[in-house]
Write a protein of this length. Structure first.
Length: 271
């Protein structure tokens, strides 16, 4: 596969032969599975205090009183006295089977399957139809994957980054990410997550680039080094595939994983 290389002004300056990773078949089922398993590694363990609901002076009154032998709060002369306490299934009692913090909630994924999901997600960034299906507005852009010269890695100002993205034809997609806002229901609004905005493009560059400092400068735009890139970035919400812009150095870095790609290719032919 051959693609065009553009400068930060949006002009085509060179042709580039894509590495074998872009020939991986599109497998949305494996991308979703890898995403879910990797996402589970970020879950926060939760549990309950082991003595919750049991810190009360309750004891059974035994038989002979015509009442159940369940433990009851000691004392008299106040509403809580004589009420069932300290056991599960009663008012103010303990939870029968509470969640525990030591439960293993992380899911495992096979190495070859993880590699195939990552390679498939990378290859999908070269398909305009899949990108538009996610909701991105690509307009008249026909050259995918989008590869930009290494000048983009030297950008240090947000204004220059925005100007460059507009020159590449992503103005409509940037406006989409800034205007689409959704207020979710539930307690997330009380915990600092009052609004959710749409995601725009992700810029993949080489490690140590200056542009990495602007990863959260524009709404919806993210900057990732090629060593940090994963399926979580390429398919947010397990919905392939995010509009991706590569620097020339990042594409060359993908060519270094040729031996792993060949192993994945052998696995793909056996599926």
């Amino acid at each position: 596969m051959i693609t065009k290389v553009m400068d930060i002004g949006g002009k085509e300056i060179d042709d580039l032969v894509l590495p074998p990773i872009f020939e991986t078949p599109y497998r949305p089922d494996i991308i979703k599975k890898v995403y879910v398993n990797l996402k589970s590694l970020r879950y926060q363990p939760q549990g309950r205090y082991p003595a919750a609901g049991e810190m009360v002076s309750a004891e059974s009154r035994n038989t002979g009183l015509g009442i159940a032998r369940i433990a009851r709060a000691r004392g008299e002369g106040f509403p809580r006295a004589g009420q069932a306490a300290g056991v599960g299934g009663v008012r103010h009692g303990r939870v029968a089977h509470p969640p525990v913090s030591w439960k293993i909630i992380a899911k495992k994924v096979n190495k070859k399957e993880k590699m195939l999901g990552f390679c498939s997600a990378i290859a999908a960034t070269a398909n305009k139809e899949i990108i538009n299906r996610r909701g991105h507005r690509t307009g008249e852009i026909s050259n995918f994957p989008m590869v930009v010269s290494n000048e983009i890695e030297k950008i240090v100002k947000t204004s220059d980054l925005k100007k460059s993205l507009n020159s590449l034809g992503l103005e409509d997609d940037l406006n989409r990410s800034q205007t689409i806002k959704r207020i979710p229901s539930g307690k997330s609004r009380m915990r600092g997550r009052s609004k959710r905005t749409a995601l725009s493009s992700i810029i993949v560059v080489s490690t140590g680039s200056s542009i990495c400092k602007l990863r959260h400068s524009l709404p919806g735009v993210e900057v990732k080094s090629i060593d940090e890139l994963s399926v979580l970035d390429l398919a947010p919400g397990a919905n392939p595939i995010r509009l991706t812009i590569y620097s020339k150095n990042a594409i060359e870095k993908l060519a270094d994983v040729k031996t792993r790609i060949l192993r994945v290719g052998e696995m793909v032919t056996s599926l």
